[in-house]
Design a protein. Structure first.
Lengths: 422, 343
């Protein structure tokens, strides 16, 4: 999706102008105090006239002043925008739940449109009875609600070679975190009856890419959901309406959208997506496969290159996101000096397995430059590594599963830049 | 963990899904339904259909269905995947991963081509065609001779060079045991910035900033070209609209060139296309449908261009152009305006 920015731009250029005005702004505010702030002393139009009626917006979109908080794509990354990806504006969001309308999209043959009435889900292969379900059938099984993050394995992939894209949205925005409603996959598999020779499930979508992936039966019977609602409402087209697979903690490519078929097999199918893609080549030329789990990771979302400090020194909220596919986030540390010293941030809520955590560090900024970093811990004892630690194990040719510590260089004027440090 | 919790967990496991009740929902899938959807091919060849093909037939099919993105010799066009070459590069910097150099199983190639290719017209090839195209990709990688007849019976005569190049995820041993330290104070002596994103400068600018940057250039150009302006206006050329069109044309650039020095790429050069007869570039190999239109004397007037750009495959059934179409009328109008200036 190509987005346009008609209103409320926060471009770097605008910011620079704004920063220049900020110095003057401090003075102006003082003057305003003496004369009285006209926004207070003068009657404003919104305090006199009336606003929109309840019939103005049957389904609401964010107010126009927030129109820069949108998904964005990077043209040079892919050959076209149909088999491509865009990024969640995490730099501008807070809390942990990602609104569907700005949650990143990744398609291999475009986002297809399918009616619920046209939806069919087949279960076949090594089962007692191959079955076909309609959408209505799925709604008659007992359902569950769970919050999970979905992260593309390529998130932060461009950063393997060094600091490249200037913004948390671009470096870490291939992720979203939603509350899903759906039926456990095990319930549906039980309905068909798994034969003892069955060891894997092969799942595929109804789109032209099919995006087939093999999942070990153990995981399929554990926590995989066949989901049809996200954040309380129907899935969006771009996220697999009417039905997608939710594979908690595992790479986003396995969360098959427009889910149409589940086959019980005795072997992995070794589809295109699990051989030529989503495998990780090490320094000696051998490649890891079946690297499904997303390891613990975090990033400071503000301040960050797209969310600079505009208020000068004094109280500053440093905030960010942390997540782990292997367990719950138990702690996040933040460094403001490039990793020399760390302090424990405050988690907004206790972490839960496979879901995002929000962290805050409230400081009194002295207006000096900072090298901002965050470091996640999960309940397995794992600590988010540095890029150097990862490169020592994997070399330089990896693309996927880059969960390294990210650095933002914040300068005294409040601007921030993506940098790599020693 | 307490004994109580252990026993609760044990009880939960016993009551686990295998033994759970059924709801009697859904209906039995019919054999013909399963046959229609169950197309995957396993590495051991399970699922391979009857039929066969060789690289000689595959060459022609590849040129017709695949070369527009993957190149005539499977070498790849622009950012589209390269399918051939890259042998022995996996331990080099920036390895070239192709079917020949990287893919461990031939079944994956057949499976993917049959299920998902060509891009924009998936599942349109016969099984014989898929065997032939698979054979051509192998031939392009020097893995078989051009007359090797690929079929279910000969499938495993082909050796994939990187078949043994994969290991199963070993992070538990190589990483999880190591990434456990969390130093809190005086963790290193010095910190140097070694690379900056702004120096590399590959982040897309927001549109507003782009416009602001482009403005002065437009002004200068307007001054320099002032004498020519009246004539341009005379042919009803809308420079502002054309400037919009230049942005839209980014979507076309992967396959089409236009302007001074432009040549045919995967798509024909577009100089002079507005008003030209359909299929007017002599040395470009058009889809058959355009040959027919040319014979019928059809012209790329604005109405035809607009119809084609909105829904390429509806306007020209069988076109090799894999582009889905422009959604907005304003985009179509502006890109046509942009093309007008290259005569």
């Amino acid at each position: 999706m190509t987005v346009s920015f008609k209103n409320g731009k926060t471009s770097r250029r605008n910011f620079l102008t704004g920063a220049a005005a900020a110095g003057a702004g401090t003075v102006a505010a003082t003057v305003a105090k003496a004369a009285g702030d006209p926004l207070i002393t003068e009657k404003q139009v919104w305090a006199q006239a009336t606003g929109d009626g309840v019939d103005a917006t049957p389904y609401g979109l964010p107010i126009e002043f927030e129109s820069d908080v949108v998904r964005r794509n990077v043209e040079w990354l892919t050959a076209d925008t149909i088999s491509s990806i865009n990024f969640t504006p995490i730099h501008a969001l807070d809390g942990t739940i990602t609104p569907q309308g700005c949650a990143f999209e990744r398609h291999h043959s475009g986002a297809i449109e399918m009616k619920k009435e046209d939806y069919r889900l087949m279960i076949n292969g090594l089962v007692d009875t191959p079955l076909v379900f309609t959408y209505e059938d799925l709604e008659r099984f007992p359902r569950e609600n769970h919050v999970y993050f979905c992260e593309c394995a390529a998130n932060t992939g461009m950063e393997w070679a060094g600091a490249q894209l200037n913004g948390a949205q671009f470096t870490h925005g291939m992720i979203h975190n939603m509350e899903y409603t759906g039926v456990p996959l095990r319930t549906l598999l039980n309905e068909a009856g798994i034969q003892t020779a069955g060891k894997w499930v092969y799942v595929e979508g109804a789109d032209a890419s099919s995006n087939g992936r093999s999942i070990p039966l153990e995981k399929a019977l554990d926590d995989v959901l066949v989901a049809f609602k996200a954040n309380g409402e129907a899935l969006r087209k771009e996220h697999g309406y009417p039905v997608r697979l939710v594979v908690p903690g595992w790479e986003g490519n396995m969360w098959v959208k427009w889910l149409r078929r589940i086959e019980i097999t005795d072997q992995a199918i070794e589809s295109r997506e699990e051989t030529s893609k989503y495998t990780d080549t090490l320094e000696d030329g051998t490649s890891r496969k079946w690297t499904w789990v997303m390891d613990a990771k975090s990033v400071v979302t503000s301040p960050s290159p797209q969310s600079p400090i505009k208020h000068g020194k004094g109280p500053l909220v440093i905030t960010g996101l942390a997540w782990s596919g292997r367990g719950a986030i138990t702690r996040v540390d933040v460094s403001i000096d490039g990793g020399k010293n760390w302090q424990e941030a405050r988690l907004a809520a206790p972490g839960t397995k496979g879901a995002m955590s929000r962290f805050y560090l409230d400081i009194n900024w002295d207006g000096q430059e900072m090298l901002l970093q965050s470091r996640a811990h999960d309940d397995t004892g794992y600590v988010q590594p540095t890029k150097t630690q990862l490169r020592d194990v994997r070399g330089l040719n990896s693309i996927y599963h880059n969960n390294c510590i990210q650095t933002w260089w914040v300068r005294p004027n409040g601007e921030a830049e993506n940098v790599e440090i020693s | 963990m307490s004994k109580f919790l252990n026993s609760v967990i044990a009880a939960t496991l016993l009551a686990s899904p295998v033994a759970a009740e059924k709801f009697g929902l859904g209906r039995t899938a019919l054999p013909e339904e399963i046959a229609a959807w169950d197309l995957d091919i396993a590495p051991d060849g399970t699922g391979l259909p009857a039929g066969s093909g060789n690289a000689i037939d595959g060459d022609e099919l590849f040129a017709e269905h695949c070369a527009i993105c993957h190149g005539d010799f499977a070498e790849g066009v622009d950012n589209w995947p390269k399918l051939a070459g890259g042998m022995d590069t996996l331990d080099h910097e920036d390895p070239l991963k192709t079917v020949g150099s990287y893919w461990p199983y031939l079944s994956t190639v057949f499976d993917y081509v049959r299920r998902s290719m060509p891009f924009g017209n998936a599942q349109s090839l016969s099984d014989d065609d898929v065997y032939a195209i698979t054979a051509y990709i192998l031939y392009s990688n020097d893995l078989i001779d051009d007359d090797f007849e690929l079929s279910k019976d000969t499938f495993f005569d082909v050796e994939m060079p990187n078949a043994d190049g994969f290991i199963i995820d070993d992070r538990a041993e190589t990483e999880y045991a190591v990434f456990t330290e969390a130093c809190m104070t005086d963790c290193k002596d010095s910190v140097e910035i070694t690379m900056r994103a702004l120096v590399l400068d590959v982040t897309p600018e927001e549109e507003g900033a782009e416009e602001a940057a482009a403005e002065p250039v437009v002004e200068v150009a307007a001054v320099e070209e002032a004498p020519a302006e009246p004539e341009v206006v005379a042919v009803a050329f809308d420079a502002e609209l054309a400037a919009e069109g230049e942005k839209v044309f980014k979507k076309c650039k992967a396959c089409h060139q236009v302007g001074e020095g432009a040549t045919n790429k995967t798509g024909p050069v577009l100089n002079g296309v507005v008003g030209a007869s359909i299929g007017h570039i002599e040395d470009f190999r058009y889809s058959k449908v355009f040959g027919q239109m040319k014979d019928d004397g059809m012209v790329w007037d604005e109405a035809n261009l607009a119809a084609f750009l909105a829904k390429p495959k509806d306007f020209a059934k069988g076109t090799k152009m894999s582009f889905a179409g422009l959604r907005k009328d304003s985009e179509i109008a502006s890109v046509i305006e942009y093309l007008k200036q290259f005569q």
